[in-house]
Design a protein around this ligand. Structure first.
Ligand code: ATP
Ligand code: MG
Length: 256
């Protein structure tokens, strides 16, 4: 049975998608079957895995709002062991459509994923930068949450709201959900500011913070435009090495 992990932080541009896709690719490279579900209408995770088309009719939108089975929406990527359920621009409307559902609207994704859980070792869900119904659906389907935090001033701003949402999901929707880990992204080991911010984050999250920090690395920003995880685009760059190391730490902690 797959472990389902949501990559979430309501703040935009902190490295959720970069972390979700690249960690998924390295976990897949270690022999696991990993499904990435793109729950963001921006579709960045989809394009980062090579799916640039946003108009096809077998995306997560149809899974959430039509009768499409999750299994029928799964696409192979160029990376062995890495699969995708892509986003589409329609997904922006799903939030409103789900809001009309009277009963069980927070659990739609969870129920749909039941059909694919046994086919994968991990399901990674890339969340949008908000705490709306799409994110709540993602959390309600998840066993763990990985929170990427950008190493900058005000890094922790807004996080209490997000942690409160996780708490509510745990109380009402998914008792087993836990914060799986916190990934520090865009880290600059030479700057005093970065070290100070890390200390602040560790004060709040303690041992949940992964030892591996992701440096700022332009190759990580370039890879998505080629539709490739960094593991394929430039496996030797510092960003690739960091995500590979993170995948080892992630697997060790999750005991798979
Ligand atoms: P959103 O909230 O919009 O979904 P996000 O949290 O998913 O954003 P990303 O899309 O992963 O964040 O990253 C934001 C931008 O920063 C992207 O252009 C990405 O390529 C770039 N980026 C992410 N991590 C790094 C890094 N370690 N080094 C350099 N650029 C990075
Ligand atoms: Mg994103």
């Amino acid at each position: 049975m797959a472990k389902v992990i949501a990559f979430s932080n309501q703040k935009g541009g902190v490295g959720k998608t970069t972390t979700c896709v690249n960690l998924a690719a390295y976990v897949a490279a270690k022999g696991y079957r990993v499904l990435v579900v793109d729950m963001d209408p921006q579709g960045n995770a989809s394009s980062a895995m090579g799916f640039f088309e946003r108009k096809e009719k077998s995306s997560v939108y149809e899974v959430l709002t039509d009768d499409l089975d999750a299994a029928a929406a799964v696409k192979e990527t160029e990376t062995d062991g890495l699969f995708a359920i892509t986003s589409s621009s329609d997904l922006a409307g799903a939030e409103l459509e789900l809001a009309q559902v009277m009963i069980g609207r927070e659990r739609v994704l969870d129920e749909k994923l039941a059909g694919v859980r046994e086919k994968f070792d991990f399901v990674f869900i890339d969340c949008p930068p908000s705490l709306g119904l799409l994110t709540v659906n993602a959390l309600a389907a998840s066993d763990g949450v990985v929170v990427p935090i950008q190493c900058e001033y005000f890094a922790l701003e807004g996080l209490s709201q997000m942690m409160n949402t996780v708490k509510l999901v745990k109380k009402f929707l998914r008792p087993a959900i836990e914060v799986e880990g916190v990934v520090i992204t865009l880290y600059d080991g030479r700057s005093k500011l970065s070290k100070g911010v890390v200390a602040e984050i560790e004060k709040v999250f303690g041992s949940k913070v992964y030892n591996t920090k992701i440096p700022r690395n332009v190759r990580l920003a370039e890879a998505p435009s080629y539709g490739k995880p960094v593991a394929q685009y430039d496996p030797k760059c510092a960003g690739a090495q960091a995500y590979e190391k993170l995948s080892e730490e992630f697997l060790q902690r999750i005991n798979k």
